[in-house]
Design a protein around this ligand. Sequence first.
Ligand SMILES: Cc1cc2nc3c(=O)[nH]c(=O)nc-3n(C[C@H](O)[C@H](O)[C@H](O)COP(=O)(O)OP(=O)(O)OC[C@H]3O[C@@H](n4cnc5c(N)ncnc54)[C@H](O)[C@@H]3O)c2cc1C
Length: 390
Amino acid sequence: MKFVSPPHPCIPLVKVSWMSHTSDVVIVGGGVIGLTTAFRLASERLSVTVVDRQQVGQEASWAGAGMLPPGSPGHVDSPEAKLRALSHSLWPGLTAELQELTGIDTGFRRCGSVQLCPPSADSAEDLARGWHSEGIACEILDAARLQSRIPGLRPTFQHGVFVPDFAQVRNPRHLKALSLACRRRGVTFFENCPDVRLSSDEGRVVELTTGLQRISAGHVCITAGAWTPLLLEPLGIKLPVSPVRGQIAQIRVSSLPFHSVVELGKQYLVPRPDGLILIGSTEERVGYEKGATLGGVSSLLEFAGNLIPALEQATLERSWSGLRPASPNELPFIGGLADLGNLSIACGHFRSGLQMSPGTAALLTNVVLGRVCVKSVDWVNVPLLDMISR
Ligand SMILES: Cc1cc2nc3c(=O)[nH]c(=O)nc-3n(C[C@H](O)[C@H](O)[C@H](O)COP(=O)(O)OP(=O)(O)OC[C@H]3O[C@@H](n4cnc5c(N)ncnc54)[C@H](O)[C@@H]3O)c2cc1C
């Protein structure tokens, strides 16, 4: 590896000179997808560099609620269910590895989820059938059982299911652990590089520049979430991924009334053991505009109060938003591009990027190492790979 140290700060610069850096793999974008992939690749003894336009782990991966729905590999054939199942099987091992390397408790735990049917539903059979068809355990809850799992639930909710293998993670802590574990495995970080550019020649990415560094690598992975299309555009690649804003409100209660995740359609409550409850989330197509809004936060608070009236006494702690990367069918693109042999992408995980990160990283690692041919892996978003046009 060749690395030229920056000049001493007291020496005046008369001419901007590039610092050059070489790596087996360079990963652009240090969210959960990029960091997990960097960790995996470094564990394969490759030299890995992560480049981010800001500090890593600050975008959607930080903003998410950390819900990790279960999967079961034996019974599924859809790409989404396969990637979910693969990831489900990898989460406990990854967590143990991170804990051992960094000492950080990421809050990964099996907490279960109560999935509520709307008040108009006659039964929870349909919900249960979906889980059972994947071989995943769930228990149908009648009104009395719902009340015992969620004391104070508005009695208009009469039906639901309990999914015991549903887990959660404190994603900001998970990102901190990933970043530290990467550093301990020798990954190089170039953060706060707002001007990353890729140049290609004869079917390969030949160089990446950041304004100060000139980086060459055998393989380049773009894992820049909702911003991935902007990085690929100058190469003439049009990736159909766009940002979808999600807002979360965080409240605090003196004692948690329930300990499982509670879901109603796309909205949910995620209890943390220290008395915090996350209320999520909105789905808004507002371009790259981040920020929690009065309308968004008040709709979330209203949702929580409608579900469990006692939550109206909770303290509002903070609110935030993140930009989910959404593809047209809400499944991620994972794999290489035929026209640029040493470029791979993993992005477009929409609402499931935290859950699917270990599986995505395993798959992308195999792509980089040439262990799998992208087209033969059926959980890759194959139909949509055809939509990437140059
Ligand atoms: C409110 C909300 C709730 C969610 N809840 C859940 C949940 O409970 N469970 C779940 O599984 N998923 C959840 N998600 C979805 C999940 O957070 C995302 O799918 C996932 O974080 C995407 O990860 P990523 O690494 O692709 O993108 P990001 O985390 O957005 O990371 C992209 C990285 O690329 C960097 N970058 C961008 N442009 C450039 C550039 N030009 N040069 C260099 N670097 C660049 C960014 O700085 C950032 O570090 C939620 C999302 C939101 C917003």
